[in-house]
Design a protein around this ligand. Structure first.
Ligand code: HEM
Length: 377
């Protein structure tokens, strides 16, 4: 645990990171911190407070509200529900890659990676293609906003997006209340009479956090997986000769090239950790990417990529404790299915020039990853 010059604390130690993430009583969410350096509330033109998915959803809540709201979405992420989705995801990938195969080169992020989670998330709400573009834009804005909003123009975009998203989900709630289907919004609306009813704002925040937490992160995981495989010929050859190694490879990419680099907590009371006194209301950075390379857990070669590493799964990329990512199983399936179908259809795919990293801090991945098929002969 180290103390930075601006009064913030940080750890890269795996045991300490895990302990902090598992102790939501003493290390609370930044969104509900008592003393915040800046006011993060946003209002519409009529002065109504706008729902900010990452701050107002169960992602930032403590029990019992966290338990009540997480329970609403949990059945949609059960191993059985995810297994049922696998076939649909692979069929969708076949279709996308058949289309891309007709081109000589394409962008593995914008033409492929973004299309997978957006369709999967839209399916939760029973939404079709017409809304993919909006979902993609909203998901992208929420994803980058976790770094903090730095310019007035970013704030304007963020506010406009929150209004559009609120209006969209409000309309959807009205529609599904009148005519329920077999989607998550209908489930939330129908489940309400059995337990404590969800408010409209809670439903909007729940829908928003699935988009906010499940889109950009998964895009980056898929992009990082493709970059790793195409950038390491030995890895490509091993996966081509034994596709059963693909889930382990995805796990190792999650550890080694984590799409979420750090998480932020705020102390709710004074805490002493590893001899360091941390006062109440202090920001604590849990550096997941560092903990994922802690030699005490992953050995002296923790910095190396090893797709058969027996304990890659001990990474903290999906967090820990009560907020452990509810979509982890789904993200794993999406990435593994992408690699499986991609390698089957394009075993010789190559990286092309022009790859660019995202200029973000919390999420790590590529904004663009051009690839091309080798010219025959
Ligand atoms: C929570 C990472 C994919 C939905 C989290 C947390 C992390 C994380 C680190 C905990 C945050 C914290 O403790 O502050 C990731 C990564 C993903 C991914 C790296 C992909 C590679 C998904 C997907 C979904 C999803 C696909 C849903 C469609 C959620 C939700 C939470 C969450 C709802 C809040 C859980 C709670 O508070 O109980 N995710 N996530 N995530 N994630 Fe994911």
């Amino acid at each position: 645990m180290v103390r930075g010059s601006i009064g913030a604390f940080a750890t890269c130690d795996h045991a300490m990171a895990s302990a902090i993430l598992s102790d939501s009583k003493r290390f609370g969410s930044f969104a509900v911190a008592k003393h915040k350096p800046i006011d993060t509330t946003v209002h519409d033109d009529e002065g109504r407070r706008l729902i900010v998915p990452m701050d107002d959803s169960f992602l930032s809540m403590d029990p019992p509200d966290h338990t009540r709201l997480r329970r609403m979405v949990a059945p949609w992420f059960s191993p059985r529900a995810i297994r049922q989705r696998t076939e649909t995801i692979e069929a969708m990938l076949e279709e996308i890659l058949d289309e891309l195969g007709r081109r000589g080169g394409w962008d593995a992020v914008n033409d492929l990676s973004v299309r997978v989670p957006i369709r999967v998330i839209a399916a939760f709400f029973g939404i079709g293609e017409d809304n993919y573009e909006d979902f993609r834009r909203w998901g992208g804005i929420i994803g980058t906003s976790v770094d903090g909003i730095r310019t007035m123009s970013d704030l304007r975009d963020f506010r406009r997006m929150l209004i559009e998203m609120r209006d969209f989900f409000n309309d959807l709630i009205v529609k599904r209340t009148a005519e329920p289907g077999d989607d998550l919004v209908s489930f939330m609306v129908q489940a309400a009479p059995e337990g404590e009813p969800l408010t409209g704002d809670e439903m909007i925040a729940t829908c928003g956090v699935l988009l906010g937490a499940g889109f950009e992160t998964t895009v980056n995981l898929i992009g990082n997986c493709i970059l790793t495989v195409l950038g390491h010929e030995d890895v490509r050859q091993r996966l081509l000769s034994d596709p059963d190694l693909i889930p382990g490879a995805v796990e190792e990419v999650l550890r080694w090239d984590a799409p979420v680099q750090y998480l932020l907590r705020v102390t709710t009371e004074p805490v002493t950790m590893a001899g360091v006194d941390i006062p109440a209301d202090a920001p604590v950075f849990v550096v997941v990417a560092g903990a994922n390379r802690d030699p005490r857990v992953f050995g002296d070669d923790a910095g190396e990529l090893d797709i058969t590493r027996p304990n890659s799964r001990k990474h903290l990329t999906f967090g820990d404790g009560i907020h452990l990512c509810v979509g982890a199983g789904l993200a794993r399936i999406e990435a593994a299915a992408t690699l499986r179908v991609l390698l089957r259809k394009f075993p010789d795919l190559q990286l092309a020039d022009g790859a660019q990293r995202r200029p973000t801090r919390v999420v790590r991945g590529m904004t663009t990853l051009p690839v091309r098929q080798p010219v025959a002969g």
